[in-house]
Ligand binder design. Structure first.
Ligand SMILES: [Zn+2]
Ligand SMILES: [Zn+2]
Length: 177
């Protein structure tokens, strides 16, 4: 059975609970073992000094080259971008094996409970890995594959796939892989 590797590539120490929580959440939603990949390496050329953000396409290319085998989700506290957007919460290779997600925009100042930001990060992690399983965006109410342009949109989604998306994940390797 292929595992999902979680790789912290952020700046600050995420604390033990963050990765543990993601591990549990991803394991439940996708049904594959989730292991933490502990490696101090960071993408060497992904920071854009002009934008003061990290390029997701460069991170994904680096993950495929330098990351662990199998599915890999990089998690960071740094702000991410793709050229046509101001920022993104994350990006993944559609049907590929690499994904990245960021907590940078998921906890607005004054958020009463830090667990809210962690829940959002867990949902966006499932979402990006869903793209790795070939899923595109889904309009069914509450499905984790719904589009989110702001952190509040993430709160409206559940942390799981709808029945249709879940079926697709299973057919393309979740649980049975
Ligand atoms: Zn998406
Ligand atoms: Zn769905």
């Amino acid at each position: 059975m292929e595992a999902i590797h979680l790789w912290w590539i952020g700046e600050k120490d995420p604390g033990p609970r963050t990765l543990e929580h993601l591990q549990l959440h991803l394991g439940r939603a996708i049904g594959l073992p989730v292991a933490v990949w502990d490696d101090p390496a960071r993408p060497p050329d992904a920071y854009d000094a002009r934008r003061k953000q990290w390029s997701t396409s460069r991170i994904l290319a680096w993950l495929v080259q330098s990351g662990p085998p199998g599915l890999v989700l990089a998690v960071t506290d740094q702000d991410l971008f793709i050229p046509i957007l101001t920022f993104v919460f994350g990006e993944a290779q559609l049907g590929g094996r690499a994904a990245v997600v960021s907590s940078a925009r998921l906890g607005e100042p004054g958020l009463p409970d830090p667990r809210v930001a962690l829940e959002r990060l867990a949902k966006e992690s499932v979402h990006e890995l869903g793209h790795c399983f070939g899923l595109v965006h889904c309009d069914r109410p509450g499905c984790v594959m719904g589009r989110s342009s702001g952190a509040r949109d993430v709160d409206k989604k559940r942390g799981e796939f709808c029945t249709t998306c879940r079926g697709r994940v299973m057919r393309s390797g979740g649980e049975a892989r």
